[in-house]
Design a protein around this ligand. Structure first.
Ligand SMILES: CSCCC(=O)/C(O)=C/O
Ligand SMILES: [Fe+2]
Ligand code: NI
Length: 180
């Protein structure tokens, strides 16, 4: 079940707030300009989905976002526990970074932990299959796929080039809980 846990940025041990209730999560995040919605992710992707088959299965969801916001490109990121570069990939996304555009992600399999550094708080959003999240451009954040990653997400971009990140150099992610 997706969840939101909020910490003060100076206290990584005692959360200020926690919920698994969709409306409550969306309400807290909306106060920070973050969009969170639970969508249907009920297409059968089979045992070995490719980026192409995943995009084809969820073209209706992509169309909806493109029609709403005029996004320009999209791709699929998928990680499994047998991925040879899983440790490097995990480390890369665990570095706090920003993007020059909204970070729009639709989880169609598995789960991952988005950690948003907003207003002297850390918002840890456990995103699961069916969750749509859109984090405003310029928000410092990191992402934990866990030691045994298992997720597929469609990433929607507001530029033709795709994923571009600027790392902040802040090591705050090292102090906060990770996926076990
Ligand atoms: C679920 S997408 C994770 C990787 C990524 O694109 C990103 O920007 C993480 O912050
Ligand atoms: Fe990111
Ligand atoms: Ni919980």
């Amino acid at each position: 079940m997706s969840a939101l846990t909020i910490y003060a940025s100076h206290n990584a041990t005692t959360p200020e707030w926690h919920s698994t209730e969709g409306q409550a999560i969306a309400g807290q995040l909306a106060q920070q300009g973050v969009r969170f919605e639970r969508w249907r992710a009920d297409r059968d992707l089979g045992d070995a989905p490719t980026p192409e088959s995943t995009l084809a299965a969820y073209q209706h969801a992509i169309d909806r976002l493109v029609d709403e916001k005029g996004y320009q490109s999209w791709d699929v990121i998928s990680m499994r526990a047998d991925h040879p570069q899983k440790a490097e990939m995990r480390e890369k996304f665990l570095q706090e970074h920003t993007h020059g555009e909204d970070e729009v992600r639709f989880f169609v399999e598995g789960r991952g932990l988005f950690c948003l550094h907003l207003d002297q708080r850390i918002y840890q959003v456990l995103c699961e299959k069916g969750d749509l999240i859109s984090v405003p451009a310029g928000t410092p954040h990191w992402f934990d796929m866990g030691p045994e990653p298992n997720f597929t997400a469609i990433r929607i971009f507001d530029n033709p080039e795709g994923w571009i990140a600027k790392f902040t150099g802040n090591d705050i992610a090292d102090r906060f809980p990770r996926l076990g």
